[in-house]
Design a protein around this ligand. Structure first.
Ligand SMILES: NC(=O)c1ccc[n+]([C@@H]2O[C@H](COP(=O)([O-])OP(=O)(O)OC[C@H]3O[C@@H](n4cnc5c(N)ncnc54)[C@H](O)[C@@H]3O)[C@@H](O)[C@H]2O)c1
Ligand SMILES: [Zn+2]
Length: 436
């Protein structure tokens, strides 16, 4: 039996129309930054953020002054969150080992994990000063050993936000820019008269930031497509409508375009959750954005079985998937496409967003089908190497190589092998022929 949508969001056509508009705007703005550098960056900062400081990069004394404005309590909380993120990132780093093995006698193959040499970390801050995003990108880059970490965040209410700057500094940023949106990621990737270009851009952001990173990919590396927040709640009658509605709205408040989807096998829970969402929207101070997201992108999907719920969830590939059922571990074993899982009613997406230690920069718009979220491994590049230690090994592999080159018609390649078969194997291979 097909699943039933008790509530549907914007259609696929409407969503792709929104994407096309963003795509065109971003293209024009990046071209302007490339052509005019700092002058374009300044004009865009004035236009979008009404921010026109003497310099966008904070000096050491400006950073210190901002940090002094953060209360001791807030500073301790930031340090606590960073300790959790660091602990998990260090464990993940330790799981990535360099490899070196002897695949055949005398033949050594290996790989080394090397940090990207310079990264630009975008920390969003248009609607909310996203302190935690600094832990997720800046601190994780530090754990990876990135030698140059440039961090950027928009002004919040006209000025740098002290807590965000503190988190960037404590996370290990070497350069901090108070710049937002396309102008921030554009300047960092393309470089300007005053900003050295980076090798990779990371971090989440709104639709403009995510699209700008996508368009800049190739010029620089990017971590992943991490656009407007998406959340999914998979629930059965082991939980109630209050917790489901709270978890949907908790993430819908990110913006006006944050999909929040309930997938359930209980019509009673589905209907109660929809009613509860309406009740909570009257209380929530951020209801303006949360209600727009719920109206335009909120969905309630009623399924017959857990198998059907699993299929719907894997198809949507939501950024956050909160599972509250009588078989949470079954979902852990069987989910194949998502950003991150939050298993059981005792945890929730806000834990992951702010404090628990898993990275909150996660794939959106179905990118969970081909990548997980940001993690220390995204800052590491795995490079292979090889050595042939003995004459015998050089001759043996060389004979195979010679023939396989000629099979493809690559005579020049074959000679690379042949010259070694002659030298190290003492074999007479005619020029331009395959070794027998
Ligand atoms: N996927 C993830 O991992 C993840 C994690 C956290 C947050 N997020 C998302 O990050 C986003 C943060 O968005 P935000 O807007 O609050 O902050 P933001 O910092 O991403 O964007 C603010 C900037 O957008 C630019 N901007 C605004 N309107 C524009 C326009 N019309 N044209 C061009 N540029 C424009 C401005 O320069 C401004 O500085 C939210 O959508 C949230 O859901 C995603
Ligand atoms: Zn969130």
């Amino acid at each position: 039996m097909p699943v039933t949508y008790l509530k549907k969001g914007k259609s696929a056509e409407e969503r792709s129309g929104d994407d096309a508009t963003v795509r065109a705007n971003v293209e024009a703005i990046l071209a302007d930054i490339e052509a005019r550098g700092d002058a374009a960056v300044r004009a865009l900062s004035v236009k979008f953020d009404r921010y026109d400081p003497p310099a966008f990069r904070l000096t050491a004394s400006e950073i210190e002054a901002l940090m002094n404005r953060v209360s001791a309590r807030d500073m301790a909380d930031i340090r606590f969150a960073q300790a959790q993120v660091r602990r998990f990132a260090e464990a993940q780093r330790a799981s990535m080992t360099d490899v070196e093995i002897e695949t055949l006698p005398g033949i050594i193959l290996g790989h080394r994990n090397l940090p990207v040499q310079s990264v630009g970390c975008y920390v969003p801050g248009g609607k909310f000063p996203m302190v935690a995003s600094a832990h997720m990108s800046v601190l994780t880059a530090s754990v990876a050993g990135v030698p140059r970490i440039a961090a950027a965040t928009p002004p919040f209410k006209g000025a740098p936000n002290p807590a965000v700057i503190a988190a960037m500094h404590l996370g290990g940023a070497h350069e901090i820019y108070v710049l937002g949106g396309i102008q921030a990621v554009g300047a960092l990737a393309l470089g300007t008269q005053t900003i050295e270009p980076v090798h990779m851009l990371v971090g989440p952001g709104n639709a403009y930031v995510a699209e700008a990173k996508r368009q800049l990919f190739g010029r620089v590396g990017i971590d992943l497509f991490a656009g407007p927040t998406e959340t999914m709640v998979i629930a059965d009658e082991t939980v109630d409508a209050e917790v489901c509605a709270t978890d949907l709205l908790g993430q819908a408040e990110h913006g006006y375009n944050s999909p929040a989807v309930l997938v359930t096998n209980s019509r009673r829970l589905a209907e109660a959750t929809m009613a509860e969402v309406e009740r909570l929207l009257k209380l929530l101070p951020t209801a303006e954005t949360a209600s727009a997201s719920w109206r335009d992108y909120g969905e309630v999907v009623l399924c017959d079985s857990h198998e059907e719920m699993l299929a719907v969830a894997n198809d949507i590939a939501s950024e956050h998937v909160q599972v509250m059922t009588d078989r949470d571990d079954w979902y852990l074993e069987n989910m194949t496409a998502y950003g991150a899982l939050f298993l059981g009613p005792r945890t929730n997406v806000a834990n992951g967003d702010k404090v628990i230690g898993t990275n909150h920069t996660l794939p959106t718009k179905k990118a969970g089908r081909y990548t997980g979220g940001l993690w220390v491994g995204k800052f590491l590049k795995t490079h292979s190497y090889q050595k042939v230690l003995t004459d015998e090994a050089a001759a043996t592999i060389g004979e195979y190589c010679s023939r396989l080159c000629m099979l493809e018609g690559f005579v020049g390649h074959a000679e690379q092998a042949n010259v070694r078969v002659r030298r190290y194997g003492g074999r007479n291979v005619p020029y331009g022929a395959a070794a027998e």
